[in-house]
Design a binder for this molecule. Structure first.
Ligand code: WT7
Length: 702
């Protein structure tokens, strides 16, 4: 874990750009001849073809993987920086490209294989023909029952079931902009997003399995509607898919004329065919909300033509997907990884994409490998958190099962070299090529990764920019940092690419200020060279051109590969009336990479008590969801502050991570640091007898 601690965010040190990083260079691993022999991308001329000299026309190669209703006339339009337009003049439908066009050759092949969490429930294969029928029928329902049309937004709050991609593809068929909210987010979080996107319709499911239990999910919809209403958005229809025919998993009452079971109305649309609407290449395909440095999540707006081209291209060349592969990405469709690399990328290539409903270690540490063996999965895609968890709970389990991966992906957080090696040797059985893909919700698809049959792998490093992506590391003085200097800085992408989001939904200014303001030297320039994309990640660039990603440089905590804004968690804490101030910091965690730790100061006259800690915990769970549950909630007598009253989160982060706090003499209240240290580092921490499992201690007020 030594490397991870060099993240200044956790360490509470100065900016990335000032830090020199001294880790050991790892040795290269090479893909097997067998892998290379079958790979989609083996011609090294790709580097030249996608070099700056051929930009932006190089991306025609990706767009040409798709079927267009009308070919575009301008590959890249830079007239309104940084609002780039891709494949302008083109018309295309994403649903057609992921479904209809495969029927001639593959109608009888599985598009999706659904693996329910209960092991005694049979897997379900959905062929391309069956997917076609279901998408059409549901599209008819959206159009005729809900009155939805192209450009409308719909919020989808669903678990990992085949009905989720059916719903998304039905929206895409009509040009309805879907906004999928991760099923694990709370009803309130869903409602806030529904309000921001202006959705009139919410699509959900009654329940789903998680860790052996049936979760009542529809109750979240009731809360979501209430939250949306308070935020000024009336949601007037709730469509509820049913997890088990003939049963209901929810206690939530159905509101007349508002809530409807999908399976009760769908028969009215049996056999209906809805022609796919040819959409402008620049029409939004979906919104995906993500956390940033303010309390309000931002809706990343992704375009149809550019996005689909980019995920098709990277799925083919970086994921090495062929139609005959069985591809399993263990992410949730409620995150961007699932959108791009479970649904749109693989299905645009006519692959078979596996969907697993539940927890990877349920009922035991062998589950994932049993699924891989049974379905003969040959491409596997997951996160470092899942890999660490599987390694810890079943180090030798993979060897007990007869599966063979040709290709594996790691994504979402930095992976420690020793964890990478377990992935390679034990999960991949030394046979699989690995790609460590670095990218973000905003980006649509991969930015840095090795080309699996061309570049050697280096544990812990994502690799060079993927074809057509020109990354650079820039310091705080807007100077590039040279390869091999050992200095960390801010990773940026110099050029536009087709997968980049169009804007933040309803907030053009924030789009510019968040991603482009920092390094744009001339706001009037129409030349893309003047508009590097600022990713808010620290990174180092080795002499061989491989990027090693260190982690976020803003107020975002990457928990188990998922983004949480510290400000969002702090706002949730502040809804508890007894809380005067809240500060959230990231703490290094053996499995999840980082977890939030919460500091609160109480209103004058209020005594610290386990009841307050519990209230804060409940507030976080209700407003965001279980994934945001903090490691600890510590009640402190006061927060360390500068003389101007600024709360010093970095001092708290240092204390939480047992790191040096650095110079604190300039604080307004340096004495508080020692007091807080005693609370945090044990002496006065009190254990909650019956607190939730991952919330064991709280500090006492003096
Ligand atoms: C943040 C983006 C889109 C992928 C899923 C997460 C971190 C992502 C890597 C990687 C090190 C990584 C970055 C990034 N990250 N991939 N391969 N190595 N860090 O998407 O929720 O938008 O989070 O995840 O910090 O900024 P996201």
């Amino acid at each position: 874990m030594a490397e991870i601690r060099s993240d200044p965010q956790a360490a509470g040190e100065a900016t990335e750009a000032q830090i020199s990083v001294h880790w050991r260079e790892e040795e290269y691993y090479y893909p097997s001849a067998r892998f290379v022999g079958q790979a989609n991308l083996t011609d090294p001329s790709v580097i030249e073809r996608f070099s700056e000299k051929h930009f932006p026309e190089c991306f025609r190669e990706y767009a040409d993987l798709l079927t267009w209703d009308q070919y575009w006339h301008t590959t890249l339009d830079t007239s309104d920086p940084p609002f780039w337009k891709w494949f302008v003049g083109g018309k295309i439908n994403a649903s057609y490209n992921c479904v209809d066009r495969h029927l001639a050759k593959y109608k009888n092949k599985a598009a999706l294989i659904f693996v329910p969490e209960p092991e005694d429930e049979a897997t379900v294969s959905v062929t391309y023909r069956e997917l076609y029928v279901r998408v059409n029928e549901f599209a008819a329902l959206l159009r005729d029952f809900c009155g939805l049309k192209s450009g409308d937004r719909v919020t989808i709050h669903m678990p990992m079931v085949p009905e989720l991609p059916v719903t998304m593809l039905a929206c895409a068929r009509l040009g309805i902009i879907h906004s999928v909210v991760f099923g694990g987010f709370s009803g309130e979080a869903c409602g806030m997003r529904a309000a921001d996107s202006g959705s009139r319709v919410l699509i959900t499911m009654d329940g789903y399995y998680r860790n052996g239990k049936m979760i009542d999910h529809k109750t979240g919809a009731d809360i979501a509607l209430e939250t949306a209403k308070q935020a000024g958005q009336q949601v007037d229809k709730v469509l509820v898919w049913r997890r088990h025919a003939g049963k209901s998993a929810t206690v939530s009452p159905f509101v007349k004329d508002r809530d409807a079971w999908v399976d009760e109305i769908l028969p009215n649309y049996r056999g209906q065919i809805v022609p796919p609407v040819p959409m402008d290449a620049e029409a939004p395909l979906f919104l995906m909300y993500t956390s940033g440095s303010t309390g309000k999540p931002k809706g990343c707006q992704h375009r149809t033509g550019g996005y689909l081209s980019y995920v098709a291209g990277t799925s083919k060349y970086i994921e090495d997907i062929h139609p005959e592969d069985v591809y399993w990405c263990m992410a949730d469709i409620g995150w961007i990884t699932g959108h791009s690399y479970i649904v749109y990328g693989p299905l645009s290539l006519a692959a078979t994409s596996v969907l697993y409903e539940g927890v990877p270690t349920f009922p035991d540490a062998g589950r994932v490998w049993r699924i891989a063996e049974r379905l003969d999965v040959n491409i596997f895609h997951t996160s470092p958190t899942a890999i660490r968890m599987l390694r810890k709970s079943g180090h030798d389990e993979p060897s007990k099962y007869n599966y063979h991966f040709k290709h594996m992906t790691t994504v979402g957080e930095p992976i420690e070299p020793e964890v990478w090696r377990w992935y390679h040797d034990t999960v991949g059985k030394g046979e699989a090529a690995i790609v460590d893909t670095w990218w973000q919700t905003e980006n649509g698809g991969f930015l840095c990764s090795t080309k699996p049959a061309i570049d050697p792998m280096k544990p812990g490093s994502a690799g060079p920019g993927v074809p057509g992506i020109y990354p650079i590391i820039i310091d705080e003085n807007n100077e590039p940092i040279a390869a091999g200097s050992g200095k960390a800085g801010n990773i940026c992408i110099r050029n536009p690419w087709p997968g980049i989001m169009q804007t933040i939904w309803g907030d053009r200014d924030r789009f510019v200020s968040q991603y482009y303001a920092k390094y744009c030297k001339d706001r009037n320039s129409k030349d893309w060279h003047d508009w590097p994309y600022f990713a808010a990640d620290g990174a180092v660039l080795a002499a061989d051109g491989y990027f090693r990603i260190l982690g976020r440089v803003d107020d975002v905590i990457n928990v188990a590969g998922h983004r949480l804004g510290t400000k969002e968690i702090e706002s949730a804490c502040l809804t508890v009336p007894e809380v005067a101030e809240a500060a959230v910091v990231p703490v290094v965690d053996e499995i999840k990479g980082r977890v939030p730790e919460v500091y609160i100061a109480l209103q004058p006259g209020i005594q610290a008590s386990p009841a307050i800690v519990e209230k804060v915990n409940k507030a976080i769970e209700a407003m965001i969801g279980k994934i945001a549950r903090p490691r600890r909630i510590l009640i402190v007598p006061d927060m360390p502050k500068t003389r101007s009253g600024k709360l010093m989160r970095r001092v708290l982060a240092a204390l939480s991570n047992n790191m040096s706090t650095g110079d604190i003499t300039t604080l307004a209240n340096p004495d508080i640091v020692e007091k807080v240290r005693e609370l945090v580092q044990g002496k006065n921490a009190v254990t909650l007898a019956d607190g939730p499992e991952d919330l064991k201690t709280f500090g006492t007020q003096e």
